[in-house]
Design a protein around this ligand. Structure first.
Ligand code: PNS
Length: 168
């Protein structure tokens, strides 16, 4: 099959990035990261360094929690980045961004970002539907529920749950 002339033929990407805040990583994040690890030769989990938003977990804590919870996947590496995601992708030879979609409500903003990122450097975004059992989980909701004493162990890897309990 011949590629349309408007779509230059490039080498298939074997390196994808799962970007995010991961404050903290949840089972929903790990669901997407693990499935991406089954599809790509290498997956980089890239934690956004956001000086404007401190978060509950420091950057080092997030990196440690992600390293601990992805240790069983040898093709997953953990890193952090500052600035534009597309610049990070270009500098690291990544041309696929993986985003988990929990519900239709995620779609509008994610589509906007995917199209902006594609417009900036041509990097493609692949949307991965979150497994149904994780579709309502978010880091912020988990923190809120835990902050009021609710039980959130079903939504977090044990090492993250322990870390969250220590914070509270
Ligand atoms: O877990 P989050 O907070 O939903 O992740 C959002 C993230 C980090 C993927 C997004 O904010 C991002 O890519 N930030 C980097 C800055 C950037 O590239 N902005 C332009 C997006 S079109």
């Amino acid at each position: 099959m011949t590629a349309p002339s408007s779509h230059p033929t490039t080498r298939p990407s074997a390196h994808a990035v799962c970007p995010g805040s991961f404050d903290p990583p949840t089972l929903g994040h790990l669901d997407v990261i693990g499935r991406a690890a089954g599809l790509f030769e290498q997956v980089t989990v890239a934690v956004l360094i956001n000086p404007a938003k401190e978060g509950m977990f420091a950057l080092d804590e997030r990196l440690e929690l992600l390293a601990a919870t992805t240790a069983d996947w040898p093709n997953v590496v953990i890193d952090s980045f500052q600035g534009l995601l597309v610049d990070y992708c270009r500098d690291h030879g990544i041309n696929a961004i993986i985003k988990g979609l929990r519900a239709v409500s995620d779609f509008d903003y994610e589509l906007q970002m995917a199209q902006m990122n594609s417009g900036l450097t041509g990097v493609d975004t692949l949307f991965m539907p979150t497994s149904p059992e994780f579709s309502f989980i978010s880091s912020s909701l988990v923190k809120q529920v835990a902050g009021y004493g609710g039980e959130v162990s079903a939504y977090l890897p044990p090492v993250v749950h322990d870390a969250l309990r220590r914070k509270l």
